[in-house]
Design a protein around this ligand. Structure first.
Ligand code: NAD
Length: 553
């Protein structure tokens, strides 16, 4: 699969390769997704999340780069699963790029069919922000993970994780945020990964404190830190399922158990028990059916251990990788005994149109992000938790690729922040334009019954219309690029989701786009949850004048 390519990195500074800042922003963000400091396997165009890619192959990548350099400010480029397929004249307020990734007709929407199409070169897996060019490295998931653990602390441990041990697995692009998120909440965590390189990457970027190959050592360190009330994160090289069973057998008390291995993809993501990475790679090549059978039965065992921890009193939750579904399909009746993280900890925020808002400095200068950090504190001084997050992020988060920041903002506040950023660019207080976007895991952009829309109040978990409407309204509102994807997070057949990015280049046109898109996008979260019957969303809609026609009559 790998081919020898020079390293890809986004250009920084003010000199453009494209005909306008919007096009330049797309190009820089595509390259940034593949920067070795950002992507998990850039040589294979893989950004994160199993095989989530930025372009279908290197020929497609080259053609996208070429097209972006030629793209006029009133044209729109079309990308079909990582390949540029057409360019049309539209108008200057329309998106510059529209992307559709991994979307299959429902009856064919499974990994088997997808893998066949991928093999024939007809598709690629876009994950969420990989194929939509707004991945910013592990920071992108850090605040969400931090918020989740903070909510667990509030609901179960009196507001802090001090003196608790969390046991989890998966230290990849997303899962790598777990150790830092737990220690930011003052807890102790053992995070297991079969791939030592992934652990080393988290040590280098200071997301994880120390590592070991020995389960005994990991447990000893964890118990010492717990007793001392000190935060500590430990990367443990090992297989998730076997490790969980070993910890159970040793009778060690674990307070919180979750998992972020790439279980959404049983063929390429999850490593079967008893297999080294090399053995797993060989088996995957030579006997994919055997691989799948082994991976799925390991996942069943893995979830059995999680259920066992829950029975013994641990707080256990699914962290968005669809592992419960695989275990259930393998015959484990109790697989859904523990909840997903969205209904358990995140949904109240979605009802307010809140979600993972992020921005990236195209100048490449960290000072631009520090200026926006100050801006957040100027605009929202009353939001102490947000200001605390910004302080912690400045102190603990190393930038990967182009400097970026993430924070959860809701309806109204996103627009306020976006317009203020545009104003700073206009006044020259920021050195270059800023790209503003979000994860697809957001309040109004996803249909994913085992994750973002699990256990909706009205049973509308699998209704995909909302994700489609999100992409359509953001296109109508004039985002700079809009994407629609299938299968992100939880795998083929289990999710539909949309993404959007707007460029703040300090112009009046950008002001208008930002004003509209940063209203329509979080507004979708409010109407989606109000429609499902959430009182909180209805209250917010009333308070903020979000129009819901059925409520007016
Ligand atoms: P990744 O592919 O970058 O990393 C997965 C990691 O799991 C790798 O380091 C791999 O070595 C490890 N792993 C695989 N099988 C293992 C096993 N059996 N035992 C121990 N380690 C094993 O993926 P990622 O980007 O970190 O995402 C992880 C999962 O979380 C995916 O399923 C993804 O879809 C899901 N996800 C969750 C959220 C969220 O908010 N919770 C958001 C996006 C994605």
């Amino acid at each position: 699969m790998s081919s020898k390519r020079p390293m890809v990195k986004a250009r920084t500074g003010l000199e453009k390769e494209c005909k306008g800042w919007e096009q330049e922003a797309v190009l820089r963000m595509l390259r940034n997704n593949l920067d070795p400091a950002v992507a998990e396997k850039p040589e294979d165009l893989i950004v994160y999340g199993g095989k989530g890619k930025a372009a279908r192959n290197w020929a497609s990548y080259d053609a996208i780069v070429c097209s972006l350099k030629e793209l006029e400010a009133d044209e729109t480029l079309l990308i079909q699963s990582g390949k540029p397929v057409g360019k049309f004249r539209t108008h200057d307020q329309a998106p510059r790029v529209l992307l559709s990734n991994s979307v299959l007709v429902p009856k064919w929407a499974n990994w088997e069919h997808f893998n066949q199409l991928e093999k024939e070169g007809l598709m690629m897996y876009g994950q969420m922000t990989a194929g939509s060019w707004i991945y910013i490295g592990t920071q992108g998931i850090l605040q969400g993970t931090y918020e989740t653990f903070a909510e667990i602390a509030r609901q179960h441990f009196g507001g802090s994780l001090k003196g608790t041990i969390t046991l989890t697995a998966g230290l990849g692009g997303m899962g790598g945020a777990q150790p830092l998120a737990v220690t930011m909440n003052d807890g102790v965590v053992i995070a297991v990964d079969v791939d030592e390189k992934r652990i080393l990457k988290r040590l280098e970027t200071k997301y994880c404190d120390k590592s070991t190959q020995s389960i005994e050592e990991a447990i000893r360190w964890a118990i010492e830190a717990k007793k001392a009330g000190k935060p500590l994160s430990i990367g443990l090289v090992g297989h998730a399922s076997s490790t969980l069973h070993e910890v159970l057998a040793k009778g060690i008390k674990i307070d919180i158990v979750t998992d972020q291995t790439s279980a959404h993809d049983p063929l390429v993501g999850y490593i079967p028990e008893g297999h080294s990475l090399e053995e797993a790679n060989r088996l995957r090549q030579h006997d994919p059916q055997e691989y799948l059978a082994l991976a799925k039965s390991s996942m069943k065992k893995h979830v059995e251990a999680m259920v066992q921890f829950q029975k013994q009193g641990s707080v256990v939750f699914d962290y968005g990788n669809n592992i419960r579904q695989v275990a259930k399909d393998e015959g484990l009746k109790e697989a859904f005994n523990f909840p997903g993280f969205v209904p358990a900890y995140i949904r109240p925020q979605f009802c307010e149109g809140k979600g993972p808002f992020r921005w990236v400095a195209l100048s490449g200068d960290p000072e631009d992000i520090y200026r926006t950090d100050r801006l957040i504190k100027e605009l929202f001084p009353e939001n102490k938790a947000l200001c605390r997050w910004i302080d912690m992020a400045q102190e603990k988060v190393s930038f990967q690729g182009l400097p970026a920041r993430i924070c959860w903002l809701g309806y109204g506040d996103r627009q306020k922040m976006g317009l203020a950023i545009n104003e700073l660019v206009r006044k020259g207080e920021l050195k270059a334009p800023i790209v503003i976007g979000r994860d697809h895991l957001d309040c109004g952009s996803v249909a994913s019954p085992n994750r973002e829309t699990e256990a909706m109040l009205d049973g509308s978990d699998a209704v995909g219309d909302w994700a489609v409407l999100n992409a359509l309204i953001n296109t109508a509102a004039g985002a700079s690029w809009v994407s629609f994807h299938h299968g992100g997070g939880v795998g083929m057949g289990y999710s539909l989701h949309g993404g959007m990015v707007v460029v703040a280049d300090g112009t009046e046109l950008a002001h208008q786009r930002l004003e509209r898109v940063l209203t329509t996008d979080p507004g979708m979260g409010i109407i989606r949850h109000a429609d499902a019957g959430y009182d909180k969303a209805r209250e917010v809609a009333k308070e903020k004048n979000v129009i819901i026609p059925m409520d007016i009559i």
